[in-house]
Design a protein. Structure first.
Length: 642
């Protein structure tokens, strides 16, 4: 949908490499084209754009003549938007209804013949062609963290500490913490001091590619877009939304695929009231990977990696199969500041700051992993979070923290998170519900104590509901009497049908115990805790089997592994359902269950071709809808002679 906006006048002012992926290119919505224009910077013909020999040498020439229904094919090379004039305000402006494709050699007659990896097609804002890498060795101490505030270049220091730039007075004021030129100040200097740094980006384009009021038949496919640069303190007369942006879209619903947006300051991709569909794209090396305001963009199999900040959204984006990794130190891997963001089957991992930050918005995240982030796994302030079927593991601080919000977490694993102060979950001033979850081996106080789940009443009502959960730290940690705590007048705690280490019964509830849940193999086959092979499923004979809440109204369809949530009559406690291999539902996996294999086996390595025989779900260990030798291997792990 195109939404006309007066803001579109701004357009007039304004590792990993998906291009080398061996996988097939995704198919965009079919669009019928009436003509093809050719662009090749190395062409030597008539410069008419009507064939490869006579291709345009400047992409701007093709954009000037293309009309809706046309395609533009661009050969590998470097293209700049200024036509050699050094005009920082010029950009490649997409034409509504035109398909723009990169990755050609210069002989192809069909789009399918292009090779994106061999023919990288770069749209660059480095107008002088003199940019160096951000991380090159520098002589100035502005680019290194060091004791004492300030750095050895007065101009750079003034720029970093300017209120216009907005990085804060702590980089320059010795009376304010942290009383040193820390990593955040050094990062700010690397980006803002464009001449002192040696990457010479002061003359770069404000924006490289723009799309204004372009409809859904517009395609941008197979490009690397890089080198936009803008700092308000340096260029105050050119302030606006489309500044320092590799790719800017307003009121546009275009399709973008197989493209990289990199090495730009401020933003790799900025979307304003646009429903852009991104497929297999990467945002990397930017200050901010993604800024999305309003609109409902979609991101499928995209990567937001190694940016100073990750993705920030204010709208209704959908992320499916996306990765947010290695971003920091500012911001988070993914941040929602308004609207409703939806994430499915995503990975938020290894960011130096927060993993997922929800502020004044709503996030629904399913089937995702939030792991090994340098700060909290999830922080929710003034918003709402629904998390289902997630793995929140190995984060350096709280796994879940926040307040003035509502939170529901279901069918999820919290494991090996390490919080110095003492809480794996800390929440205040809002309702929080933990249902069908497993908390395992979460640590506090430098690894000596088990981390607690705590709610603080503070200034508002804070009810914590724990239903059908396992909270178990293991025998190698010191465990206090209250791993679940409600502190202050307005905080309350309701616990039912749960296993809690150190449980005394003083907190009431029904169906609770302090018995060992008997995980299958919490250290995994390698006996090293914290690895991917750790197994927190319930072992045969566990007191959590068939001991969960008997009320069927809140049952999810599957457990965290994708198996049926109820395999033997009643839900089990925790994120995982026992019953795998237990064909006769006697809580053990033994020779009596072996007898069921002949009637359930679908083949040595069969794929799903028909519904499983009735009752055979218990033998489908890998949840791939067939029963074969792969399932038999897991059957051996669960086997017990009991």
């Amino acid at each position: 949908m195109i939404r006309t906006s007066v803001l579109c006048v701004l357009c007039a002012l304004c590792g990993y490499n998906p291009l080398s992926s061996a996988g097939p290119l995704v198919s965009l919505t079919p669009v019928f084209r009436s003509g093809i224009w050719y662009v090749n910077a190395a062409a030597s013909g008539q410069n008419t754009g009507t064939s490869w020999p006579d291709a345009f040498r400047d992409l701007q020439d093709a954009l000037a003549v293309a009309q809706a229904g046309d395609e533009i094919w661009v050969a590998g090379g470097v293209y700049k938007p200024d036509r050699g004039a050094g005009d920082r305000t010029m950009a490649f402006e997409l034409v509504s209804g035109v398909g723009l494709y990169g990755g050609f050699t210069g002989w192809e007659s069909r789009r399918e013949e292009r090779d994106l990896a061999l023919n990288e097609t770069i749209l660059s804002g480095d107008l002088a062609g003199d940019d160096g890498p951000f991380e090159r060795e520098q002589t100035s101490d502005c680019f290194r963290a060091h004791d004492g505030v300030g750095c050895d270049d007065a101009q750079c220091q003034a720029l970093v500490c300017s209120e216009v730039i907005g990085w804060g007075a702590s980089c320059c004021d010795p009376t304010l913490p942290p009383n040193r030129w820390d990593r955040s100040c050094a990062n700010a200097a690397r980006l803002a001091c464009c001449e002192l740094g040696g990457w010479n980006s002061c003359e770069n384009s404000f924006a490289v590619v723009k799309a204004c009021e372009c409809d859904a038949s517009t395609v941008f496919d197979g490009f690397s877009v890089q080198g936009a640069y803008f700092v308000r303190g340096r260029d105050p007369e050119f302030a606006g939304a489309a500044r320092g942006v590799a790719f800017f879209a307003e009121d546009s619903d275009i399709q973008v695929a197989h493209s990289i947006f990199r090495d730009s300051f401020w933003t790799g991709v900025y979307l304003l009231d646009s429903d852009v569909a991104f497929h297999q794209c990467t945002m990397t090396g930017n200050y901010l990977a993604l800024g999305s305001v309003y609109g409902s963009p979609t991101f499928i199999d995209c990567r937001f990696v190694e940016n100073t900040e990750g993705a920030t959204t204010l709208g209704n984006p959908v992320f499916q199969g996306c990765t947010f990794q290695g971003n920091g130190p500012f911001g988070s891997g993914m941040s929602c500041t308004g609207g409703h963001a939806r994430l499915q089957d995503c990975t938020i991992e290894g960011n130096s700051g927060l993993g997922l930050y929800v502020h004044a918005g709503r996030v629904t995240i399913t089937g995702s992993t939030i792991a090994n982030n340098g700060n909290r796994g999830i922080q929710v302030n003034g918003g709402a979070l629904v998390a289902r079927d997630c793995r929140i593991i190995g984060n350096r601080s709280n796994a879940l923290y926040g307040g003035y919000s509502s939170v529901l977490v279901e069918n999820s694993l919290f494991a090996d998170n390490a919080e110095v102060v003492g809480e794996v979950v800390e929440f205040s001033n809002g309702p929080i519900t933990l249902r069908n979850c497993t908390f395992a081996r979460n640590r506090s106080f430098f690894g000596m104590f088990a981390a607690r789940i705590v709610v603080l009443g503070g200034a508002g009502w804070t009810p914590l509901t724990v239903d059908n959960c396992v909270v178990w730290a293991g025998d190698d940690l010191l465990v206090g009497p209250d791993l679940l705590q409600a502190i202050h007048f307005y905080a309350s705690l309701t616990v039912n049908h749960s296993i809690v280490q150190g449980w005394t019964g003083a907190q009431g509830g029904v169906g609770n115990s302090g018995s060992n849940p008997m995980f299958v193999d919490p250290d995994g086959p390698d006996d090293i805790p914290g690895n991917d092979d750790d197994d927190f499923r319930l072992a045969p004979g566990s007191p959590g089997i068939n001991a969960g809440n008997p009320d069927p109204s809140n049952l999810p369809p599957t457990d965290l592994d994708g198996h049926g949530r109820v395999l033997c009559g009643r839900i089990d406690i925790g994120a995982y359902e026992f019953g795998l291999g237990d064909f006769n539902c006697d809580r053990y996996v033994n020779l009596l269950d072996v007898a069921a294999w002949p009637e359930c086996l679908t083949g040595p390595l069969a794929g799903p071709s028909a519904p499983l025989p009735l009752g055979c779900e218990a033998l489908d260990s890998d949840a791939d809808l067939d029963i074969d030798l792969l399932d038999a291997a897991d059957f051996q792990v669960l086997f017990s002679p009991g």
